[in-house]
Ligand binder design. Sequence first.
Ligand code: NDP
Length: 440
Amino acid sequence: MISDLKRRFPHEPEYIQAVEEVVTSIEEAYNEHPEFERYNLIERLCIPDRIYTFRVSWVDDKGNVRNNMGYRIQHNNAIGPYKGGVRFHSSVNLSILKFLAFEQTFKNSLTTLAMGGAKGGSDFSPRGKSDMEVMRFCQAFMTELWRHIGPDTDVPAGDIGVGGREVGYMYGMYKKMALEFTGTFTGKGLEFGGSKIRPEATGYGNVYFLLEMLKTRGLDLWGKRVAISGSGNVATYTAEKLLELGAKVVSMSDSDGSIYVPEGITREQLDYIFKLKNIYRGRIREFAEEYGCQYFEGERPWHHAVCDIAMPSATQNEIDGDDARALIANGCIAVSEGANMPSTPEAIREFQAAHILYAPGKAANAGGVSVSGLEMAQNSQKLNWSSEEVDRKLKEIMTDIHNQCVKYGKESDGYINYVRGANVAGFMKVAKAMMAQGVL
Ligand code: NDP
């Protein structure tokens, strides 16, 4: 089937990479169900239900008319409405969004909540744009997308380049076009239906998952040195929870370079990064200038940041085989992915061969979409839950996902193959729902 997909989609390497990883790791479980093959289930599960592609025209501050591409991939809705973020980044293309929508389907299944998988985005980059330009772009994007989404149809959220500001502008336009106030977006502001702990959820959830992994080896986070990539939503809230639990955050980065602080950044320094990235929209280099720490232009943290734990939280394929070998050689004992598919297949093989703890994003970063699911539940009930309640539910969900990974991923020598565990657990639920619903 993979060779067939390669032939049909020859210019979509990230999509093929994601499919290949899942299909390889579920093969044994799949073959135990001959009825799946009779219904050609795997191919139906790998190819998205539908894809919308559209032009987004908007006017910049100088009066120039600009055109970007817009996409929404509705991958699978066997277990609930389509659900997945929107990414605004110059690198966005169909291959990247198809891989993300595919992964999202399994991730959402793992959360135990009723959500199908989707993803969308544009090759528009908010970087360097004024607030008004971002607003006009978001509104133009939504004038096309609004007719394809809805609270029980497809519920978008944020991702790279789409934070609270962008969600606010898109939701505002959606509300105007659809003439309704419903939970069609998640990651909304607290004043208009957002859930407490949603901004924190992916980062916090990743740390909760990491704690569960460490527990299997009788370890905890106290004093552990952690290298994080990225300095956006996922990275900063991962760092916040790590500091709270006594770990040391020794590195963070952006697409220009990375900082290294061997003694660990302080809470005050993390606050500086929050402001730098969210208010001033500055670069991580400015942190190094402010605090006089080491800065590595154009480099990711993995070679120079000596760490016990790596939490890649920037983008796909940001840890390659060489990076993985450097991490292992420097004594890294665990990798827990905040980003989606940040490790290449070669890097994953290195981690698993070294028998270090390795959690793929679809399990470790599922906290974000889990709290999005909780936001949808609160919106349906027209209620707001307290931070404590949402955080408690998030912890329960992350523990549950970890348990599913152990159930399906434990090997005969006791090593937990979290990739197989997550893929098989996520796949089985969707597969059974698809079988029950017939060929569609
Ligand atoms: P943000 O836009 O808030 O932050 C992204 C960070 O990663 C920025 O520091 C950015 O640097 C850096 N980055 C982006 N692209 C690259 C690149 N090509 N090379 C190096 N650095 C890069 O995004 P999020 O924090 O929301 O998302 C980060 C990752 O987490 C993504 O993989 C996303 O899919 C995943 N994720 C996010 C969830 C969420 O709830 N937000 C949920 C689950 C997964 P710069 O500022 O220079 O662009």
